[in-house]
Design a protein around this ligand. Structure first.
Ligand code: WQD
Length: 343
């Protein structure tokens, strides 16, 4: 059957990229992936094929290599749209090695957009983050909330990249862009064949929980229970990675079909509900029947107290809404961990 079009997914062997590639293929798109495998594994491409029955074309190179990138677009000049995930994404690590984050996250964005303009590839969806808000003054946070000074180089690269995209579009370049500001993606595809695969010690809550329960980590440390929240622990808007993946298909189709209301649009992609660390622990134990060994320790530097999304713009303008609940997120994360370790 003729595909609906060819979509480039940068970072497509990563956590959100692989889930988005699966959804794209299952919705009739041809997917081509560029990934340098700096924070993901090649076998994920096999898993995408296993789930969908179709193997995406995979190019292993770094978007910093402008020559390779130019050659890629010369060879693939029939691309209908680009979804750009490839970036370094660990908040704590970005504080330790800021130059790596600035070079990796900013120069890859400039390279990609420059070559897209050269080859007249117009439709661009960018992976942004709620990190740009810092601690919002009001909750739920809307897209009009002010963007505060970033608390990490990682968060700053997301703010700068949004402005790079806006400025390029404002310059009159033939590019249409949508930035999706993710909240906290967790969970995994129901097959258990793809999921979150952090290198080394996980910094994010969900993989640390699943690795602790599996016995790879000694104990989960809860970073602070003295916040000004219901139970003292931090609140986040956790969203199932499959719901997040689906938002990307809605966004790239909006651009392909010319439904965008302006050259640059931006949407909060969350569930609109906030859950505390203790509520996530409770959900995990209920959905999986597993006990989590944890202890409360001091707050983690850089953590904001609470954030959750106002999703009315994504629901009413973009036409997308998250469907999965927290128990589905925590159970699917555990099922992935179990299946991955047994492989
Ligand atoms: C969530 C909550 C921690 C680990 C970051 C980035 C964001 C996105 C997701 C990339 C916090 C607590 C965590 C642990 C804990 N990154 N926690 N023990 O920091 O909200 O968001 O990761 O796209 O852009 O900012 O996510 O999962 O690290 O933390 O108590 O071992 O869990 O304090 O309250 P975070 P997280």
């Amino acid at each position: 059957m003729k595909s609906k079009g060819k979509i480039l997914v940068t970072g497509g062997s990563g956590f959100i990229g692989s889930h988005t590639s699966v959804e794209l293929i299952q919705q009739g798109y041809e997917v081509v992936i560029i990934d340098n495998l700096s924070n993901s594994e090649a076998f994920i491409i096999d898993r995408i094929e296993q789930i969908t029955g179709i193997r995406p074309k995979f190019y292993q190179f770094d978007l910093l290599d402008l020559g390779r990138l130019d050659g890629f677009f010369l060879e693939n000049n029939d691309i209908a749209g680009v979804i750009h995930f490839a970036a370094a994404k660990a908040v704590g690590e970005s504080v330790q090695i800021p130059l790596h984050y600035y070079r990796n996250n900013l120069l890859t964005m400039v390279n990609l957009l420059e070559v897209m303009v050269k080859y007249k590839i117009v439709n661009f969806v960018f992976s942004s983050s709620c990190t740009v808000y810092g601690q919002p003054d009001e909750l739920p946070v809307t897209e009009n909330a002010k963007v505060k000074p970033a608390v990490s180089p990682y968060g700053y690269t997301k703010q700068v990249n949004e402005n790079i995209l806006k400025d390029l579009i404002r310059s009159g370049a033939n590019i249409k862009g949508i930035a999706l500001r993710y909240f906290n993606p967790i969970g995994a595809h129901h097959s258990g064949l793809i999921g979150e695969l952090p290198r080394g010690v996980p910094s994010n809550l969900m993989p640390f929980i699943t690795q602790t329960v599996y016995g790879i980590r000694e104990q989960l440390k809860v970073f602070g229970a003295d916040y000004n929240t219901l139970d003292g622990s931090c609140i986040r808007d956790y969203i199932h990675v499959v719901d997040l993946a689906k938002a990307h298909i809605v966004a790239i189709e909006r651009l392909i079909h010319g439904k965008n209301l302006s050259g640059y649009e931006m949407f909060n992609i969350g569930t609109g509900s906030g859950f505390s660390v203790f509520e996530v622990i409770k959900s995990f134990e209920k959905s999986t029947g597993q006990k989590i060994n944890y202890k409360v320790v001091a707050r983690r530097g850089g953590d904001i107290e609470q954030i959750w999304a106002d999703t009315s713009k994504a629901n009413n303008v973009l036409g997308w809404k998250a469907e999965k609940n927290l128990d589905e997120m925590t159970l699917s994360a555990w099922q992935w961990e179990q299946k991955y370790r047994v492989k």
